[in-house]
Ligand binder design. Structure first.
Ligand code: ADP
Ligand code: MG
Ligand code: ZN
Length: 602
């Protein structure tokens, strides 16, 4: 399309140039050294004028008079009535030269318009022509409706070996690859191969990566497109793109069509938020129609990825469409170690780097986070002009990725520092004492990039499938620990505990409304805040509970928080000596590690 664009601009420039040229020609005629009528008359009176030449315009009686003074100077006067001015001149005894009315300007009036029209015609002709010869479905002026899918035909070097962990996910996808390679094996036994496979999972868990790896592995044509490519300003464009893409895919079967971030098009219909959903609905309808349209074993498999299955239109998940769902989970310890290994391949590691230990301290990190972690570490190494990555680099990167870079340079008053030290010590003690949380990995009072005055980082030891009531209560207690320590020591409280309090309240509210963990409310879900995307729908619906229940919920939340506060305060009071020693150590060293912290309890 580039070539066409170029010629388009060339013609455009030519036309603009011609237009400017005409305007310039027009202005030519009103240039010169002009006179006012008064000046003109006084020159006549003083008998300074040697020659007067009257040139009527085409639109008589207007015209101009050019006079040549006796000194040789020439001046022009524009007049509305040449007859009047001729009489005036004759009145002063001068005999003016009167030119005849000019001929039509043949160039401007006949040739130029023809030229212009011809140019425009040629321009359009060329546009259409090049479109026809280069495009396969000709006649379209602009290719709005054309699919933007990128086709790759086995030039993809990536394979499943580049995807670490995700064992089950890979196995499921290998089935698909098998089918495309050898369909007979499946159809012989009457197996129906899924038409669509939906990869779902948190951002950065490797969905796009998996799809690319499959493309490399399958050795069949692979169309990839992003959901947002379908969403255009013009109604109907998205639908037309979908049609186009599937037409193309059928021509290349067996093949894989990959739609990344499909939630952009396949959002639940009719929620009425944000307006302009007509276009998206049409696009989605077209997608559904196309997926229903091709036969079961026709050899097209549609792969799609999303991190928001919850907002997808249910129609898309019906059998015969995306009937296979693969959830791509955040990696577990083993997976994390494998991912670290993959990304450490091209980074020389010092012998003090222990990937296993890093994997253990990064529960909750996705593949993308881990990749980022190692990359930051490598940057740290490079900044030190080292050619290998040390454990120290990774430690720094860990804090930078997890918390935002430490800002040692910010100046904080001693009082602030002291409050922060006690605050963090309060968190840390609870992490240490409570059985289901912690242990403490680092406690620091170095301010972080995200505006926290300090932080206490626990060392997650296990990946948890679900939370228990006890664990959630301990989480609340730990969050409150900072505020409690401030209260015990300073007899006053600060605003520094804002996010702690917010977090504690959120956990407590969820315990009541989502997990049925309070006696008075019972095992009922009153929680609808994971549907935020559908504000429109929620506004239209009645609230799922009455004001009375809302009051009850608030009461329950408060009682959970109060109870946790009391219990946590008792624990901290019991370890008050540790609190003081910990705060002192923090003030001295700014950051202490696990061993240093645990030594305080002896
Ligand atoms: P998403 O699930 O959001 O599509 P991506 O597939 O784009 O995530 O992953 C982002 C990056 O994270 C990848 O380019 C890769 O470097 C890294 N990554 C994620 N998961 C893995 C994995 N299982 N193995 C190796 N690298 C991974
Ligand atoms: Mg992605
Ligand atoms: Zn805190």
């Amino acid at each position: 399309m580039n070539k066409n664009n170029k010629s388009f601009y060339l013609y455009f420039v030519i036309i603009i140039g011609l237009l400017l040229f005409t305007v310039w020609i027009g202005t030519l005629r009103i240039q010169g050294n002009n006179y006012t009528k008064g000046e003109f008359e006084s020159q006549l009176k003083n008998e300074n004028v040697a020659i007067a030449k009257i040139s009527p315009n085409k639109e008589t009686p207007t015209g101009s008079v050019k006079i040549t003074l006796k000194t040789g100077e020439e001046r022009v006067l524009y007049v509305t009535d040449v007859i009047e001015i001729e009489n005036l001149i004759r009145g002063y005894g001068l005999d003016p030269v009167v030119e005849s009315v000019p001929e039509e300007n043949w160039f401007l009036n006949s040739v130029f318009p023809i030229l212009l029209v011809t140019t425009i015609c040629v321009f359009f002709f060329v546009m259409f022509n090049s479109q026809n010869s280069s495009g396969n479905s000709g006649g379209k002026m602009m290719n709005f409706g054309k699919s933007r899918a990128r086709l790759s035909l086995g030039d993809n070097k990536m394979g499943l070996g580049d995807v670490a962990g995700l064992k089950e996910e890979k196995e499921e996808l290998e089935e698909i690859v098998e089918f495309l390679k050898e369909p007979g094996k499946f159809t012989r036994v009457g197996a129906r191969i899924p038409k669509g496979v939906l990869l779902e999972g948190a951002p950065g868990t490797g969905k796009t990566l998996l799809a690319k790896a499959i493309a490399g592995e399958a050795n069949v044509p692979f169309f990839s497109i992003s959901g947002s490519d379908f969403v255009e300003m013009f109604v109907g464009v998205g639908a037309s793109r979908v049609r186009d893409m599937f037409a193309e895919a059928k021509r290349h079967a067996p093949c894989i069509v990959f739609i990344d971030e499909i939630d952009a098009v396949a959002r639940r219909r009719g929620t009425g938020m944000g307006g302009g959903h007509d276009e998206r609905e049409q696009t989605l309808n077209q997608l559904l129609v196309e997926m229903d349209g091709f036969g079961t074993n026709e050899g097209i498999i549609v792969l799609a990825a999303t991190n928001r299955v919850d907002i997808l239109d249910p129609a898309i998940l019906r059998p015969g469409r995306f009937d296979r769902k693969i959830s791509v989970a955040s990696p577990d310890v083993g997976g994390r170690q494998d991912i670290l290994k993959v990304h450490a391949r091209n980074k020389p590691l010092g012998d003090d780097v222990d990937l296993e230990q890093i994997a253990q301290t990064t529960a909750g990190f996705t593949g993308a986070d881990l990749e980022n972690l190692l990359n930051e570490a490598a940057i740290n190494a490079a900044m030190d002009r080292r050619v290998y990555v040390k454990q120290e680099d990774i430690k720094k990167a860990f804090i930078k990725v997890g918390i935002g870079a430490e800002k040692k340079s910010r100046i904080i008053s001693d009082k602030e520092k002291k409050i922060t030290a006690y605050h963090e010590a309060g968190h840390a003690i609870l992490f240490h004492v409570l059985p289901d949380v912690g242990p403490v990995y680092t406690v620091s009072i170095i301010p972080t990039g995200i505006g926290a005055a300090g932080y206490t980082m626990p060392l997650p030891e296990k990946d948890e499938m679900f939370l228990t009531k006890g664990k959630m209560k301990e989480d609340i207690m730990v969050s409150l620990g900072g505020r409690i320590a401030e209260e015990i020591i300073f007899d006053d409280i600060t605003t520094g505990a804002y996010s702690d309090i917010k977090k504690a309240s959120k956990v407590a509210r969820r315990m009541v409304t989502r997990y049925g963990m309070s006696e008075n409310i019972g095992v009922i879900n009153y929680d609808n805040d994971d549907d935020e995307v559908f504000i429109g729908r929620d506004l239209a619906h009645a609230k799922s509970h009455s004001e009375i229940v809302a009051g009850e919920i608030d009461k329950e939340v408060k009682s959970i928080i109060d109870e946790c506060y009391k219990e946590a305060k008792e624990i901290i009071m019991k370890h008050e000596s540790v609190l003081h020693r910990c705060a002192e150590l923090l003030l001295e060293k700014e950051r202490i590690n696990r061993t240093e912290f645990e030594a305080l309890f002896e």
